[in-house]
Design a protein around this ligand. Structure first.
Ligand code: 2HG
Ligand code: ZN
Length: 554
């Protein structure tokens, strides 16, 4: 039997922190969620809609499997299926606008007709936010909006179409002596509009901060087709509400981001990268503290990956050991966990002096078994591949349940071992690996649970268990990937009922017809909500009555 993570229930204090107890008191016995809005009745797509789109878009930008379109439904699979093959929609219409005006015309029509709309970037998301859930939504794929609009070398402000690929922007900026403030494994495919819409974090966040800090303005087509022209690119602008922040991380539920202005830092001429092998996680905690203290302003990334991540990227057994020998330049490399430490600065000698002194100190101490410093660009790229290749390697190893969570780093080991124990005891071998890695510099743990197949029983073993575990540690159930469709109904594990109510009001104000990215971020009814908050569910579980609900992940 799948049991709740909560027996015995230890979580009254964290629940009160989110205000669930108050919610239960305010709505005793209520079955109507306090802030759940009536669900919009969205229209069905018809041939007349396609005809209308074809009246202002060239045929090459309209792909529809219903007449008068001529695309086979199978040709739309790539737009309907997420990167992992886990979330699959059946949209019959994909539009590929080239201009903001085209997006505006599309939205005007969808708004008038009440058609659901799914904005889509590089389709590299991990929570199903970029693909439809049904067959009547129109996908607006931004891939053809890929022009760099302006770059100001003195301010470092870049303005670009939403469909520009992250790596393309970075290559452009490098030639101008600047760099994108974010870097992700998916950089070759993901688009800046999608990055902004999911508030993507990635590898450089420890240095440059989140997109909330770096996005200076946005151009957004609102659900009714009006265009919010906010590409001002000002560092300082305190004229009221910072509306553009609402679109950062909104996952396309408030409007279609079509243009982005962001602050780009100068390119650092000196980049150094060290890979360290440590005996255990206690050593990691100690070394991360030392690294922060000693490297200070030149620290640009601190990444953690454990032995399971090493094995999935490099192969188990002999294959992995061979890579170890090459990377660490030693005949035998002791087993353990890994830290990748990057510095970026403006004076090479200064950085090297700092980093070398730190590495010598660490290698002399008990916490680092061995280490390696990249000597050139090739070695640097090779070391980054070890970390950036983890997600892809997990995808090749099997079907993956991904958990992208913020948890205090002191709890990472605890979270991983709790999950591994559950997998070993209860998954009957269906869970093959629990891979642990993440952006330890900013507390963002990634867990990839690799299985032979996607299976409801596995999902129910993992969810809401994982979210309860994270909530009990005071964490967030989504650190950087968003809620999408995967986590929408679990929003109350990381937001209070009042926050959910306000978010719904924002959604209703921006998207009164509820057409934007239906089913994402804001659930019709969140887990726990129909019973007056999670507290009600947990009390039910304690009394034996709620176990079914928890098992079913309802
Ligand atoms: O696939 C994952 O779980 C994480 C992907 C990405 O955020 C990363 O940090 O590599
Ligand atoms: Zn990540």
């Amino acid at each position: 039997m799948v049991r709740s993570a909560l027996s015995p229930l230890p979580r009254h204090v964290p629940l009160l922190r989110h205000g669930f107890a108050n919610a239960a008191t305010s709505f005793p016995g209520s079955t109507a969620p306090p802030s759940a809005p009536p669900q919009p009745q969205l229209a069905s797509l018809t041939p007349a809609d396609i005809e209308h789109f074809l009246s202002f878009l060239p045929a090459s930008q309209v792909q529809a499997s219903l007449a008068p379109g001529s695309t086979a439904q199978a040709d739309l699979d790539g737009y309907n299926t997420d990167w992992m093959g886990k979330y699959v929609g059946r949209s019959r219409c994909v539009l590929r606008p080239r201009t903001t005006d085209q997006v505006s015309s599309i939205m005007r029509h969808c708004y008038a007709r009440r058609l659901g709309v799914v904005p889509q970037g590089g389709n590299t998301g991990l929570v199903g936010g970029g693909v439809p859930t049904g067959s009547d939504e129109v996908i607006i794929n931004l891939g053809l909006m890929n022009q760099i609009r302006a770059f100001n070398a003195s301010s470092g402000v870049l303005t670009a179409d939403a469909g520009c690929v992250l790596q393309t922007l970075n290559t452009f900026l490098t030639s101008k002596g600047h760099v994108m403030p974010l870097d992700l494994g998916a950089k070759g495919s993901c688009q800046i509009g999608g990055n902004v819409s999911t508030n993507a974090g990635g590898l450089r966040m420890v240095r440059y901060g989140s997109l909330h800090a770096n996005v200076l303005g946005l151009e957004v087509v609102m659900p009714d087709g009006r265009v919010l022209r906010g590409l001002r690119g000002l560092r300082k602008d305190n004229t009221g509400y910072h509306l553009h922040h609402l679109f950062v991380g909104a996952e396309g539920t408030l409007g279609v981001v079509t243009g982005v202005s962001l602050l780009t830092p100068p390119l650092s001429p000196a980049v150094n990268l060290a890979l360290l092998r440590l005996p255990d996680y206690a050593a990691v905690l100690s070394v991360v503290g030392t690294v922060r203290a000693k490297l200070g302003e030149i620290l640009s990334a601190v990444e953690y990956f454990d032995e399971t991540a090493w094995a999935v990227v490099n192969g188990d057994g002999a294959a992995g050991a061979e890579v170890e020998r090459q990377v660490f330049g030693a005949d035998t490399v002791p087993p353990g966990v890994n830290l990748l430490i990057e510095t970026s600065g403006s004076v090479r000698e200064h950085d090297e002096e700092k980093l070398t002194a730190l590495l010598e100190e660490l290698l002399d101490g008990p916490h680092v078994l061995t280490g390696s410093l990249a000597q050139d660009e090739t070695q640097l790229g090779r070391m980054w591949d070890l970390r950036e290749g983890i997600a892809e390697a997990c995808g090749k190893a099997g079907k993956v349940y991904k958990y992208d969570v913020s948890v205090p780093i002191q709890e990472w080991q605890n979270v991983l071992s709790t999950l591994r124990q559950r997998a070993a005891e209860r998954s009957e071998g269906l869970i093959e690996r629990v891979v642990g890695f993440g952006h330890i510099g900013d507390g963002n743990l990634h867990i990839n649970v690799v299985c032979g197949r996607y299976d409801k029983a596995i999902e129910q073993l993992l969810e809401p268990f994982m979210f309860e575990l994270v909530e009990s540690k005071g964490g967030s159930i989504s650190a950087e990937h968003g809620l999408g469709v995967q986590k929408a109904k679990y929003i109350l594990y990381s937001k209070s009922p009042l926050e959910l109510e306000l978010m719904r009001k924002v959604k209703a104000a921006f998207d009164p017809r509820g057409i934007m990215n239906p089913g994402k971020v804001l659930p019709a009814v969140a887990v726990g909500e129909e019973r007056g908050g999670l507290e009600g569910v947990l009390q039910g579980a304690l009394a034996g009555a709620g176990a079914g609900a928890l098992e079913a992940g309802k």
